[in-house]
Design a protein around this ligand. Sequence first.
Ligand code: BG6
Length: 488
Amino acid sequence: MPQACTYVVFGATGNLSLTKLMPAFYHLEEMGRLQEEVNILAIGRREWSREEWVKVAREAVSPKARGGINETVFKRFCDRLDYFQMDITDPAAYQALQKHVEDSNWSCNMAFYLSLGPDQFAGVVKQLGKSALLDETRGWKRVVLEKPFGYDSDSAKQLQLQLNQYLKEEQTYRIDHYLGKGMVQNVMVFRFANLMMEPLWNRNYIDHIQITHAEDKPIGTRAGYYDTSGAMRDMIQSHLLQLLALVAMEPPASMDAEDLRDEKVKLLKSIRSISKNNVNSQAYRAQYSEGTVNGKAVPAYLDEPGVADDSVTETYAALKVYIDNWRWAGVPFYIQTGKNMPKNKTLVSICFKHPPKQFFRDSQVKKMEPNWIVFGIQPEESIWIEMTAKQPGLEINTQQMSLNATMKKEGEQSNDAYEELLLDVIKGDRSLFLRYDEVKAAWKVVDPILQAWASDASYIDTYPSGSWGPAGSSKLFDSADQGWRYSL
Ligand code: BG6
């Protein structure tokens, strides 16, 4: 049951807060999911009054409100809002923050959402800790950390050590918004609520698994962050390895946070480490050049404002991994992600092996297609199963047919991942948040690749904006007749 809570949003005037968090709070209000004593305190550097902040929040919520903004709902949402100006590097400001919350007479259950750059996490948590804002004598205190959690294994470890001084693991909510997406959760439900899947879900029947995340957008105004990150860190280390863990993990003992996270960690730890010599055969990187996306001419990555002239940061990354456990021995998993591709599309595609013998007459003359199960994660939300059946007619000839369960068509609106996650923080449910050992195991997978790429800054392949990435990434596949799948 949602409880009373004071949500303190650091970085409230930033992009994530305005495009995701405030609209998510508004929608929770609309759905009646916020208890009366939930309040939202925005922290920002600017000298704004509460009224000015409400105006900004309204501009942020308006374009995102499903079905248009509802004035009654907005009024209720607005009554929960307040603004507090502070310099987050100034220890005295935290005392003033403490006093401001006390004076407001708001709930002592407090969730601090750090919608900040990762280099600011340790400093803010230290000040929260020192100023007793994390003291749980009166009400619980929780801290939500946005990704990225570190820059590699070593920096993640350093960050964790710094956080450990002030924060208990039970107070730490490392967010990965992919875990709040309905179709990502559906991967788990489809696997574990249907008995007919389990006997097939292993190396005996599955040929390979692909995860594709394509975006039809460039990096936008985020060059400062992105140029030091790149697609491998930005998407694969976090969201896409989480997705892989859900597709491949063993059934958890329960849906409790620790049971679920134990299984994901076990899976991530079973990913075979990629040796320096294998980086070229198991990973691929490229950068978008100029081109046309959705009918509009767009510049090359190197011409984006804020990107270094000689940058070899990848805007496309692909990875092939093996999971060394009984279930998956020998089955390749392929992951790719890219910016400025023709469409937004996130798919998890399971390709099955061929039957041991093909004996229908037309199988002698045409290539028989394998079975596929494809999860459309976004924008279409669906589960698509491809099989072979008989063509109507007098002869026994085969054809591909599909069974499709569409949960949401492209363009239809659904809940945003942040809605559920913001609510889970209030409920104290950490099952969709990451434990440190998960983050650590995921860094271990990508560290060797990042190191190899960092040591060779002389060249990066390119792909035209508006194309499905570099042709070179298909070399990751085991056979020439395999390739990335983009369709449902
Ligand atoms: C973020 C990345 O975590 O996820 C962005 O930093 C990326 O670069 C985004 O665009 C993708 O999320 P979604 O929900 O739009 O698929």
